[in-house]
Design a protein around this ligand. Structure first.
Ligand code: SAM
Length: 188
C-alpha cells in the first residue's frame, strides 16, 4: 500500500479505536532508527506487537533471511486483516492482544525468539500488565535476544526493561508524530 494510503487507513482507525494511540504510522526516520538497532541477517524468529499498517513489518521483513518466521500480533481487526493479505510466506498475523503472547506463540509452536519489536501504547496498560508482558517477552527470547520498544511518547518502559534485561539502551527520535523514545533491552 502506498505511504499516503497507509496514513489515511491509520487515521481512519485512530478515530474509532482508542488502542491505535497515534495519528499516523511511524515516520521513515523512526523506522531507520529502529533498523539501526537490529541485526536481521542472523534473526530467524521475530515477533511484533502492534504492527498497524506494517511500516516496521515491511522494513524488518526486507532484512530477514528467506527462512525466517515473523509473527505479528495486532488488536485492530482492520489492520490485522490488511496485513493477513500480504503475500510474504514468512509472515503470520494474529488478531489478538500482545498480553496473550505466551499462549499465541505456544499455539504456533514458536520459541527461542531472536527479536521482539513493539509499538503498542504501554501507557494504556496497567502497571501489572506492563510488568507481566515484559517478563513474558524475556522468557520467550533466546539468550542474546532483543526487545525493542519504539513509538513511545515517554520513557515509561525504561525502568521495566532495566528490571528485566542486562543491557538497556535508550534513544529519542524528534522526527516523528509525535517525537518519541525507542528503548531496547538485551537478554543475558
Ligand atoms: C502507535 S501504533 C503503531 C503502529 C505501527 N507499528 C507503526 O509503527 O506505525 C500502535 C499499534 O498497536 C496496536 N495495539 C495496541 N494495543 C495492542 C495490544 N495490546 N496488542 C496488540 N496490538 C496492540 C494498535 O492497534 C496499533 O496498530
Amino acid at each position: 500500500m502506498p505511504a499516503n494510503k497507509k496514513s489515511q487507513a491509520f487515521w481512519k482507525e485512530f478515530l474509532h479505536d482508542h488502542n491505535v494511540a497515534a495519528v499516523s504510522p511511524s515516520s521513515p526516520f523512526l523506522i531507520k532508527r529502529l533498523l539501526r538497532r537490529l541485526n536481521l541477517v542472523h534473526a530467524h524468529t521475530v515477533v511484533e506487537f502492534g504492527p498497524g499498517t506494517g511500516v516496521a513489518t515491511a522494513a524488518v521483513l526486507a532484512g530477514l533471511p528467506a527462512d525466517a518466521t515473523y509473527l505479528a500480533c495486532e488488536t485492530n481487526p482492520a489492520f490485522a486483516a490488511a496485513l493477513t493479505a500480504w503475500p510474504d510466506p514468512r509472515l503470520t498475523v494474529v488478531n489478538d492482544d500482545s498480553r496473550r503472547i505466551k499462549t499465541v506463540l505456544a499455539q504456533h509452536g514458536l520459541k527461542n525468539v531472536d527479536l521482539v519489536i513493539s509499538s503498542i501504547p504501554f501507557g494504556y496498560l496497567s502497571e501489572n500488565d506492563r510488568a507481566d508482558l515484559v517478563a513474558d517477552v524475556k522468557s520467550l527470547l533466546r539468550p542474546g535476544g532483543k526487545f525493542v520498544v519504539f513509538h513511545q511518547y515517554s520513557a515509561l518502559m525504561e525502568p521495566h526493561l532495566k528490571r528485566n534485561f542486562a543491557k538497556v539502551h535508550v534513544e529519542f527520535e524528534p522526527l516523528n508524530v509525535f517525537p518519541c523514545f525507542l528503548i531496547e533491552g538485551v537478554k543475558e
